[in-house]
Design a protein around this ligand. Structure first.
Ligand SMILES: Cc1cc2nc3c(=O)[nH]c(=O)nc-3n(C[C@H](O)[C@H](O)[C@H](O)COP(=O)(O)O)c2cc1C
Ligand code: SF4
Ligand code: SF4
Length: 251
């Protein structure tokens, strides 16, 4: 069996993962953004292949994804790690994924770093992964499948350093404007339950991880980060995101 295990609040990690797996035939999705799933219910065998996809947050695997990844028991199944990142850097994300997956009993045979729209400042890498990226990611998928089918289950080396980069989260949290229709979509979709169903204009700052899902999903476009904060973040990120970046395959 092939599985896509995806934590993708704003959808870009999922788009990249689906492009890689587009040459693999059928697969089952395990959605790590769901709050109502007992992930320990899944069982695997050595023949299974799992593509794990997460965004890089501050150069790390998002903490809630780590918590949910750790519920799965690999039993020797093969794993591929994919990180999507918004042009700054993914730093230690792939190394952290390798450590988690190995500890869970998976054998990480390949990894992918995919450029993606920066979901906090969408003007950075806007629209990525685009059609050209998806073709390149599918070519990566073909090479990964060849390794998997060859029976070569050597663990892959990925970039990153220990101790990992420290990530303390983003202090800004999205809030809703008067355009909110109280439809409840954001509350139902929030990966951490930070939007109360009875009061969806608000955000619990203690729970919110600034994943931007509610901003991307709100049909009324009512949710956003404070414009001044956003402008300051954009100015800080601009020089850090300059220069060439390419999609990468590690195999
Ligand atoms: C809280 C947060 C932190 C982020 N940190 C980084 C980062 O350190 N480096 C980077 O290049 N992109 C960073 N990004 C951009 C995301 O990695 C990128 O937009 C990713 O594709 C989002 O994935 P998703 O659409 O699956 O949620 C960050 C985005 C968010 C929301
Ligand atoms: S998705 Fe938008 S319109 Fe619907 S409750 Fe949330 S903020 Fe309001
Ligand atoms: S409230 Fe925060 S954690 Fe929840 S969807 Fe919005 S940005 Fe993500």
């Amino acid at each position: 069996m092939i599985y896509l295990c995806v934590f993708s609040p704003a959808g870009h990690s999922a788009t990249a993962a689906e492009a890689v797996a587009s040459v693999w035939g059928s697969w089952e999705m395990i959605d790590l953004s769901r709050r109502d799933t007992d992930f320990s219910k899944y069982t695997f065998t050595q023949e299974d292949l799992l593509l794990w996809a997460v965004p890089s947050y501050g150069g790390r695997v998002p903490a809630i994804a780590v918590e949910r990844m750790k519920q799965l028991n690999g039993a020797g199944a093969k794993a591929v790690a994919l990180v999507s990142y918004g042009r700054r850097a993914y730093d230690d994300t792939l190394l952290e994924m390798k450590e988690i997956l190995t500890a869970c009993g998976f054998v990480m045979i390949a990894a992918v770093a995919a450029l993606a729209e920066h979901t906090i400042v969408p003007a950075i890498a806007s629209g990525r992964p685009d059609a050209t990226d998806r073709v390149e990611l599918a070519a990566f998928g073909k090479k990964i499948m060849e390794k998997y089918q060859s029976g070569n289950d050597s663990a892959v080396d990925v970039p990153g350093n220990m101790p990992y980069r420290i990530y303390n989260g983003v202090p800004a949290k999205p809030e809703a404007s008067g355009a909110c229709t109280r439809c409840g979509a954001c509350s139902a979709a929030c990966p951490v339950g930070a939007i109360p169903a009875e009061n969806p204009e608000t955000t619990d700052p203690a729970l919110c991880i600034t994943c931007m899902r509610c901003v991307y999903r709100c049909p009324a476009k009512a949710r956003s980060l404070n414009a001044e904060v956003l402008a300051a973040v954009g100015a800080k990120l601009a020089p850090l995101c300059a220069g060439d970046r390419v999609n990468e395959l590690f195999i």
